[in-house]
Every structure is written in C-alpha cells, then in structure tokens.
Write a protein that binds this ligand. Structure first.
Ligand SMILES: Nc1nc2c(ncn2[C@@H]2O[C@H](COP(=O)(O)OP(=O)(O)O)[C@@H](O)[C@H]2O)c(=O)[nH]1
Ligand SMILES: Nc1ncnc2c1ncn2[C@@H]1O[C@H](COP(=O)(O)OP(=O)(O)O)[C@@H](O)[C@H]1O
Length: 220
C-alpha cells in the first residue's frame, strides 16, 4: 500500500466576533470540544470574572496596572477598550500554539480583528456572528443571568455599533439555531485549512509529481 502523504501547513488564526450575547462563546466552546487541532487564545482582561469563569481558562483576570505594564512591555498582539474594560491577546501563547502546529481561536471584538489582520493578514480568518433579531439578542443576554439591567442596556447599545463593523469580516453568519451555525463555522475552518497558500511544501510536491513522468516537463 502507498505511504500516506502529509504536508505541514501554516496555522489558521480563526477570529469569532459578535455583538455580546449573539453566541460566540457558546460556539467557541463547541468548537474547542469538537476539534483538538484548534486551541483558544486566552485574553487578559481587567473586567471581573463572571460566575463559573476560571482564571487562566476563560481569561487571565488582571488589574489595570498589570494590564498597562503588559501592554507597555509589548506582550499583546492586540488590545482594546471594550465596555469600559481593557482586553488584550497575549502574544506568547499564540506563538506557542502555532509552533506546536495548532490553529488558534480568538474570541475578540472588531477592533481586535482589525489589529490582528494588520499583524498577520493572510493567516487570519474573520467570522462575524449575528443574532436573528435584536429582541432575541436581548433575550439571550437576559437568559445568561450574568449582567445587571444597566449592563444589559449598555451591551444592547454597543451591539448596534459592533454590528456596524460586519463588513470587515470574511464570513458573516446568523446564529439562529446553534447547531446549524456551529456546522457552518466548522465548514469554514475545514475549507480554510485546505487553502493552497497554507500548505507548506505543495510547490515541491506538485513538481515532484510532474517530474516523475519522464519528459513531462518538456511538454508543459
Ligand atoms: N480586542 C479584544 N477584544 C476582546 C478580547 N477578549 C475579549 N474581547 C471582546 O470583548 C467583548 C466583551 O467580552 P466579554 O466581557 O467576555 O463579554 P461577551 O461579549 O459576553 O463575550 C467581546 O466582544 C469579546 O469578543 C481581546 O483580547 N481583545
Ligand atoms: N442559537 C441560539 N439559540 C438560543 N440561545 C442561544 C443560541 N446561541 C447562544 N445562546 C444562548 O445565549 C446566551 C448568550 O450566548 P454567549 O455564547 O454567551 O454569547 P456571547 O459570547 O456572544 O456574548 C447564552 O445563554 C447561550 O446559551
């Protein structure tokens, strides 16, 4: 039997953004569960943890001074102000994951998506998740039971702004039924992994196939 062929490939930097409550955390968790070749970039944030959130798993929860120092020391690939708090992507983990041959999943806002794209252009895939309606978005924010009325009102206000950046993304999905949306996200990742430019050694591989046919290259 012929040996199976394996080409290495460049890692995908897979960004999921959405207005708060549209479902990106839910989809991210499903994705990480289903696919061992992608791992989460764990952001640092100055916002306090929600019930059930674990330091170092969902976020690195840091105080403002620590965050500022990390930013000044160049530890972030990107960072931004969101809802009155600072959020940033530590560079070291992303480098480590890529080095280990993993794809990296980013749950970051449009500002982060933009900065990451400026840093790593062709390696970045940007997916934006929309809610089916604004009423449903508010219902989901309430059903999460984690935020006060005031915080929910602020998130709804910001949602309109976040949505206005939809056209800065490569793919835009509507999270009506979560399973359907999750399938679409997986299909995007699967196809992006197969992109020609990510396959390392493809040029040599194709050349060797052609050369294996005597005199074939003379006729091309
Ligand atoms: N730019 C940037 N945005 C982030 C980062 N981490 C989280 N965010 C975004 O900050 C926003 C608020 O996140 P969070 O407080 O967890 O609430 P959520 O909207 O319910 O997920 C979301 O839009 C996240 O995608 C980061 O490292 N950089
Ligand atoms: N397609 C969906 N239908 C109904 N509820 C959903 C759907 N997707 C997510 N949810 C629920 O909506 C709430 C907000 O989702 P979450 O993933 O935390 O959003 P985000 O990370 O975008 O703020 C959660 O309670 C989640 O279980």
């Amino acid at each position: 039997m012929a040996e199976s062929v394996h080409l290495n490939r460049r890692g995908v930097l897979f960004v999921l953004s959405s207005p708060s409550g549209a479902g990106k955390t839910t989809i991210s968790r499903m994705m990480l569960e289903a696919d061992k070749d992608i791992a989460l970039s764990i952001s640092a944030t100055t916002r306090p943890p929600r019930p059930g959130e674990v330091d170092g798993v969902h976020y690195h929860f840091v105080d403002t001074e620590t965050f500022k120092k990390m930013a000044a020391d160049g530890e972030f690939l990107e960072w931004a102000h969101v809802f009155g708090h600072r959020y940033g992507t530590p560079r070291a983990r992303v480098d480590e994951l890529l080095e280990a041959g993993k794809d990296v999943l980013f749950d970051i806002d449009w500002q982060g998506a933009q900065q990451l794209y400026q840093e790593a252009g062709p390696d970045v895939v940007r997916v934006f998740v929309l809610p089916p309606t604004m009423e449903e978005l508010e219902r989901r924010l309430r059903s999460r039971n984690t935020d006060s009325d005031e915080v929910i009102a602020a998130r709804m206000e910001r949602a309109a702004n976040e949505i206005s950046h939809w056209d800065g993304y490569d793919y835009v999905l509507i999270n009506d039924h979560v399973e359907g949306c999750f399938d679409e996200v997986r299909a995007i990742l699967r196809a992006e992994r197969l992109k020609r430019r990510r396959q390392i050694g493809l040029i040599g591989f194709a050349r060797d196939l052609i050369r294996a046919v005597p005199d074939a290259d003379k006729k091309l």
